[in-house]
Design a protein around this ligand. Structure first.
Ligand code: ADP
Length: 656
């Protein structure tokens, strides 16, 4: 069964080379019960680890079941371990917070079989723990825990059981129980190899190998194999492993197992799992809320732009770059009412104009006060800016010329001064001057930075001469008959203004004519910058969340080194460990992302109901957030998972 020749193992520690094994040759036949004894540091554990496929020798050959195994890689050793050997350790190494039956079934995860709790319970009954299969390790005595460990070693029907000081932590009664079970197993045909330094324990064995300083000092010899013809084995040995058995089991089954193991680990420490989700959760919810706000704002801008009317030009003084141009005395470039009124006569293809002055005023109605924006405009404003009153009427050109004290008010003012009641015909005082309300403007909605319905519109002459005391216009709106004519009209207006203000013809930047397309262009440039900033903030917050997860996963790997060692000992390949930790990280980040999506959607709904502007959570942003959080989990889980997967089984098992 076991055939080793000239086995050597060295440990290099700095300049020191420790020869743990210096050429060990040994044969062990099926059905033997062997105790390896020797003083501390003699190399008995090293020998057992190599025999148990947990480590490979530096030199020499090791044939197990006729197959050379001394040069196999870790994954191949792991597959072979899960099929041929079972381990029992001094420290039991049971998974905490996991029932005895589940502990027993653990090695099956890494074998070819579906985890079988029935079989686990059967084995627990066979070691006298039938009634305890639902108990957790902390509810069992030391002897009982070791019996669970024995049942676990048997679950994959091993041919050899390796026991490393199995009774080292037990009282003498438990020691006898455990040794009887091992003896019984051996009598049923399983080869048992035991490391101990207690003669009492070694006495159960039929062959004792004494090791000293890395060589075999004494071997009581191999008696003829027995047991193979006796009673049927508790766990019948199977055929030697074939190459095909190195292939992984069903992909779907292993994925399901990985997820279940990850969920078990995560639910075992709920608070920590919740805390590690927090970073991703906040990041994702911020992204979702900001994207919703952004798209809501964009939609409202578009809606406002479309409500402005078409074929509109706006004339202002000064270039957009230089701001207001200050001229020498006598050559004022300020716009006058006469400038505006001249435009339709002097420039072709102009359909209508509306001069504009802006200001602020305090409005009083009965005992209510409201500070708002005052816009003085021409009578064409209503048609040009899609502002024909919803209730009442707009003022006429006669009223404009006669500086009538009439006002058309926005809905916000109706709400605040009139409690939503019909204001038509009421008298209000605007900066202490009486005005009659003649109409209510159609609702234009609010954007994040401006309430479009918080204004009062009055005739421009009234605004200039009676209310605001302004002699000049702030701007002039011009409606062009055809979109096609807009550039020509624009040039014509600038030319006219230069002429009227006696400015040289090349001073074209004294006046600016903008059209809606320019405004749209400027707005979309702004929104592109906003999106970029958003994306940067989002990625920073997601990276921070990812680092949080990585941190927790690293702590978790460090904390579970022994568990990882155990999983490897019972047959987990590096890939299995890697997948388990990667899936844990991904589950954390995806769950965090999912909660974040819910939270972000809720937050944007609340914001829109409070702030009064529409937000919309798009399917794209939800999908993006979900995909991103999964990617974050994988990327930031990779390092901890690799760290776990690369742990050496023996070093991991010895970790304390
Ligand atoms: P035993 O089990 O008989 O106490 P071991 O096989 O554990 O002995 O160790 C044999 C020798 O190899 C000891 O001198 C020990 O210090 C050394 N050794 C064992 N494992 C390592 C290791 N991982 N690194 C360095 N030296 C080691």
């Amino acid at each position: 069964m076991i055939e080793i020749r000239g086995l050597q193992k060295r440990y290099v520690m700095g300049d020191n080379v420790v020869h743990a094994l210096r050429g060990v040759s040994l044969d062990i036949h099926p059905g033997e019960f062997v105790a390896i004894m020797g003083p501390s540091g003699s190399g008995k554990s090293t020998l057992m680890h190599i025999l148990g496929l947990l480590d490979v020798p530096d030199e020499g050959s090791y044939k197990l079941l006729g197959m050379e195994v001394s040069r196999l890689d870790e994954a191949e050793l792991a597959s072979l371990r899960s099929k041929v050997v079972g381990f029992i350790f001094q420290q039991f190494n049971l998974l905490p917070r996991t029932s005895a039956a589940e502990n027993v079934a653990l090695p099956q995860i890494y074998g070819d079989n579906e985890p079988d709790l029935e079989k686990a319970r059967g084995l627990l009954a066979a070691v006298g723990l039938g009634a305890r299969s639902g108990h957790r390790p902390n509810e069992l005595s030391g002897g009982q825990q070791q019996r669970v460990a024995i049942a676990r070693a048997l679950i994959n029907d091993p041919k050899i059981i390796f026991a490393d000081e199995p009774t080292g932590n037990l009282d003498s009664t438990s020691q006898n129980e455990i040794m009887h079970i091992l003896k019984d197993l051996n009598e049923r045909g399983i080869t048992v190899i035991l490391v101990t330094h207690e003669a009492e324990v070694a006495a159960y064995a039929r062959r004792i190998i004494r090791v000293r300083d890395g060589v075999i000092q004494e071997d009581t010899g191999a008696p003829a194999p027995t047991g193979s013809s006796g009673q049927p084995a508790l766990a019948a040995p199977r055929v030697p492993p074939q190459r095909s058995q190195f292939l992984p089991g069903g992909l779907l089954r292993s994925a399901r197992t990985y997820v279940r193991e990850a969920m078990r680990a995560l639910t075992a420490n709920k608070l920590r799992t919740a805390l590690s989700m927090l970073g991703i959760l906040i990041g994702v919810s911020a992204v979702i809320a900001m994207l919703a706000l952004g798209s809501g704002a964009k939609a409202s801008i578009e809606q406002q732009l479309s409500s402005l009317g078409t074929n509109l030009l706006t004339l202002t003084t000064g270039s957009p770059q230089s701001g207001h141009v200050s001229m020498g005395a006598g050559t004022s470039s300020k716009l006058t009412l006469e400038d505006a009124l001249e435009i339709p006569h002097a420039v072709e293809n102009v359909k209508a104009i509306s001069p504009t002055v802006n200001g602020r005023a305090q409005i009083v109605f009965q005992d209510k006060n409201w500070n708002t924006r005052v816009v003085g405009v021409g009578s064409s404003y209503a048609a040009m800016r899609a502002a024909v009153p919803a209730i009442g009427r707009f003022f006429t050109s006669d009223e404009d010329v006669s500086r009538a004290r009439v006002a058309v008010i926005g809905l916000t003012i109706v709400r605040n001064l009139f409690d939503g009641k019909n204001p038509i015909g009421e008298m209000i005082r605007v900066n202490k001057i009486s005005f009659q309300v003649i109409g209510v403007l159609p609702e234009k909605g609010a954007s994040p930075w401006m309430d479009q319905d918080d204004l009062i519109v009055i005739p421009v002459t009234t605004a200039m001469r009676r209310l605001l005391g302004k002699n000049f216009l702030d701007s002039v709106d011009i409606e062009v008959n055809e979109t096609l004519n807009m550039p020509a009209v624009s040039d014509g207006i600038v030319g006219l203004m230069l002429k009227r203000h006696r400015l040289p013809v090349d001073m074209t930047d004294a006046f600016t004519v903008r059209n809606l397309a320019d405004i749209q262009e400027a707005l979309s440039a702004t929104s592109r910058i906003m999106s970029l900033l958003l994306a940067i903030i989002a990625s920073i917050s997601l990276v921070v969340g990812g680092i949080g997860i990585m941190n927790i996963m690293l702590v978790s790997v460090t904390e579970r080194v022994r568990e990882i060692g155990l999983r490897k000992a019972v047959g987990a390949r590096p890939r299995d460990i890697m997948m388990q930790f990667l899936i844990e990280a991904t589950v954390i980040s995806v769950a965090g992302g999912a909660v974040g999506i819910a939270l972000g959607s809720g937050a944007s709904a609340i914001m829109s109901s409070f702030a009064g502007w529409a937000t919309s959570v798009s399917v794209e942003s939800v999908v993006l957030a979900a995909v991103f959080s999964a990617i974050i989990g994988i990327v930031f889980g990779l390092w901890p998972a690799r760290k776990a997967a690369n742990l050496h089984p023996i070093e991991a098992l010895r970790h304390d």
